[in-house]
Design a protein around this ligand. Structure first.
Ligand code: GLU
Length: 307
């Protein structure tokens, strides 16, 4: 497959939520940020449902997320694909890596790995398992760096910090890293905009792209919203679902959290008008260049504009 420079292809970005629950403010930030950057570049913005992990999936969450995004005026420009329906593509990529000896079956159990330091560098399995995992070999000295659109240069020793990456889990489910790399390439995304909690995953994804001969898109990791104590949102008020019946206050707070001046948005009107203005007024250089931003106030409060 040819690795055309990203600049030669028209911008296509995406938002790829996992249906593990309703969208919260952190998800809205990633959705709106990726949408604004796509519109600013005159490009497309697609949504992908990452329903790869049935044990963690909440029934109905995918449809609810799509309905919530629509209520916020964020509608996919392309077909909404579901990863649960794309196993054939993942299998083809896996077969290619197995044939070339870049991937291997791994019979190690969780406890054996934990005893060996938790990161897989070589198999330590005492016995063969009926359903082994499949891993990508990550050799010594696999140091991968890239220029993040917001966080600057980021580098990771993938061998030391991640070890051999799981591609298919021992329970038979596809691993996120394989599915995301295959889909980002198959769907022609030039730009990946997502939360900084995934910054750590990007070097292993680039390593996997290289192993599969796929192009590397541009990456931009938006700050992660944290609560007052610097904790991820999961246990704070900001982890509450965003209110699809009243999208404007949360959109305004998300706009401000993306470093954009509140007074540029219309004081009244609906979602469509607000987003149109937001797309025109958005200045990427104002995005906060940090990995974490505190969530300052409940986004649905009447004074939410003040944040
Ligand atoms: N599905 C992942 C999540 O919800 C995001 C994957 C990505 O943007 O690469 O955290």
């Amino acid at each position: 497959m040819s690795a055309r420079p990203e600049s030669a292809r028209p911008y296509r970005g995406r938002f790829a939520p996992s249906p593990t629950g309703p969208l919260h403010f952190g998800s809205l930030l990633a959705a709106l940020g990726s949408w604004l950057l796509a519109r600013h570049a005159g490009g497309e913005w697609w949504v992908r449902v990452e329903d790869l992990d049935p044990p963690r999936e909440v029934t109905g969450a995918a449809d609810l997320q799509l309905a919530t995004l629509a209520a916020f005026g964020l509608v996919s420009d392309g077909p909404v694909v579901r990863q649960s329906e794309r196993g054939v593509l993942y299998q083809a990529a896996l077969d290619e890596l197995l044939e070339r000896g870049q991937a291997f079956f791994c019979h190690c159990s969780r406890s054996e790995l934990a005893a060996a330091g938790g990161i897989h560098h070589r198999c330590v399995a005492a016995e063969a398992r009926a359903h082994p995992a499949v891993r990508l070999r990550v050799g010594t000295g696999t140091v991968i760096g890239f220029e993040d659109g917001l966080q600057g240069h980021f580098e990771q020793d993938v061998h030391a910090e991640a070890g051999d990456v799981v591609l298919r889990r021992a329970d038979g489910y596809w691993a996120y890293q394989l599915a995301v790399v295959v889909d980002d390439a198959a769907q022609g995304f030039t730009d990946i905009v997502r939360g900084a909690d995934l910054l750590d995953s990007t070097p292993r994804q680039i390593h996997l792209q290289r192993a599969l001969g796929l192009p590397t898109p541009r990456y931009l990791h938006l700050p992660l919203v944290v609560d007052g104590e610097g904790q991820k949102l999961s246990k704070s008020m900001a982890a509450l679902p965003i209110d699809a019946t009243d999208p404007l206050p949360a959109l305004r707070v998300a706009w401000a959290a993306l470093g954009q001046p509140a007074d540029r948005l219309p004081a009244s009107g609906g979602v469509t008008g607000l987003l149109r203005t937001a797309a025109d007024e958005f200045v990427p250089e104002r995005l906060p260049r940090q990995a974490r931003i505190p969530f300052a106030a409940p986004h649905n409060a009447p004074d939410a504009h003040a944040v």
